[in-house]
Design a protein around this ligand. Structure first.
Ligand SMILES: [Zn+2]
Length: 232
């Protein structure tokens, strides 16, 4: 059985990672258009670098929660038959032990070179404009997909959704495209679809089944059910 899981801000929020969908509509005190668009970067690269440098440093103060751990456990059983597609730019899935994770919106712990287009594992600040490890040019930017940019690996995602027997959406609002359209893509090719979210998402009607509550409760329960079924 092929399982594709899509995760969003809700799963990270339970680890204490602040998201821009918080109640005040700001992301750590910033308007999204001031820190998460190519235009903002052109206008004030220093502001944007400081913002992501702080987010990257803040990863050290959060830990994976039981939802991340349960998905890593599921990967141990399903292997290549599980793919986690995440909209999150933190590294909590990896730190819980997951290896098959596709970061469609990029990663905080990665830098993208605007000169050679290389992507480099990055755990330091970018604000002092360090040289690219690949080409030496000082054009490294945060390797995150900003509003107005195309998410990573959309072709591969389309193939994986078409192959999926089960599509599970965890902690996503169902408001941000293209990810919000994945459920319908998977369903068109015959996948069963399940939503696990704090509240009904905007796309909740598209799911065969929806369970509402904390990811830290719902995901371990669901993984236990699935593994019991697989071993039967
Ligand atoms: Zn480069």
């Amino acid at each position: 059985m092929k399982v594709v899981v899509l995760t969003g801000a809700g799963i990270s929020a339970e680890s204490g990672v602040p998201t821009f969908r918080d109640a005040d509509g700001l992301w750590e005190g910033h308007r999204v258009e001031d820190v998460a668009t190519p235009e903002a970067y052109e206008l004030s690269p220093t502001t944007v670098h400081r913002f992501y440098d702080a987010r990257r440093a803040a990863l050290l103060s959060v830990d994976p929660n039981p939802a991340h751990t349960a998905l890593a456990r599921l990967e141990q059983s399903l292997g290549d038959d599980l793919l986690v597609i995440t909209q999150n730019i933190d590294d909590l899935h990896e730190r819980a032990g997951s290896e098959r994770v596709l970061h469609m919106h990029g990663e905080l712990r990665s830098a993208l070179c605007r000169a050679c287009h290389g992507r480099h594992r990055w755990d330091h600040d970018l604000v002092d404009l360090p040289p690219c490890p690949g080409c030496g040019v000082t054009e490294l930017r945060p390797d995150v997909v900003w509003f107005g940019e195309i998410p990573y690996e959309m072709d591969r995602i389309a193939v994986e959704l078409a192959r999926a027997d089960l599509f599970v959406s965890i902690g996503t609002s169902g408001a941000v495209y293209p990810a919000a359209g994945f459920v319908r893509q998977a369903m068109r090719y015959g996948a069963r679809t399940l939503e696990l979210n704090l509240e009904p998402s905007e796309g909740t009607v598209w799911f065969h089944e929806a369970r509402h509550g904390r990811a830290g409760d719902l995901v371990p329960e669901w993984v236990a059910e699935l593994l019991a079924g697989v071993s039967r």
